[in-house]
Design a protein around this ligand. Sequence first.
Ligand SMILES: Nc1ncnc2c1ncn2[C@@H]1O[C@H](COP(=O)(O)OP(=O)(O)OP(=O)(O)O)[C@@H](O)[C@H]1O
Ligand SMILES: [Mg+2]
Length: 227
Amino acid sequence: MVDPLVVASGISRRFADGARDKLLVLDDISCRIDAGDRIALVGASGSGKTTLLHLLGGLDSPSTGTIMWPALGPREALRPGKLAFVFQTPSLFPALTVLQNVGLPLVLMESSDDVDAKAASVLQRLELSELAQKLPEELSGGQAQRVAMARALVTGPRLVLADEPTGQLDSATAQHFIDLTVDFIRNARAALIIATHDEAVAERMSLRWEINRGRLSHPAEPQRRRA
Ligand SMILES: Nc1ncnc2c1ncn2[C@@H]1O[C@H](COP(=O)(O)OP(=O)(O)OP(=O)(O)O)[C@@H](O)[C@H]1O
Ligand SMILES: [Mg+2]
């Protein structure tokens, strides 16, 4: 039996909400992610998709419940390398070129060999080579999102959590880009979870998780399908 990448057990997340009671955003959620999973995380704006991704990525802690990464090790050892995050908000470093932004996780891992070549290879696989020498301020919103995905993939992570990575792309470009992303991670049997409002993107994933009123609905284990 192979260890799961992430197991969340009975997690909730509350936020302080001014004078009112604390806002309960996620309520008693249990879920797991296995190698090779392709998951679409859907739900209305404000339903808690970003909050859940931050928890599953070890960027935030649950108010109650536990999260573990059995196949990846302790939370401190997740990044950079084993787990990669694509943020919903712009996250490229303004002073670095696209190529340097994409290579940055490799620099942080002190893997000094061929950083530029590896970054260029990911850009090429995602059909972004022509952007390599540009600065972030010269990119469109949709281009910047795609570069952020390239930066997430450069270390060959085993789990990629992407928060609306195609939110600024037209639907046809978004679907093509998701196909390129899935192709890139297929050999490594990496798992991908994408928060999205785009049904066509969601349909390209093999599992669908939906957040509604703080609860997560997802298929029971026997119904889990593989990509
Ligand atoms: N740090 C925080 N402090 C207080 N409230 C927060 C915080 N982060 C999120 N929230 C609240 O939690 C709820 C869920 O927010 P979240 O960003 O997870 O939603 P979302 O599903 O990602 O929405 P969208 O589709 O618009 O990105 C919202 O009501 C939001 O205001
Ligand atoms: Mg969000």
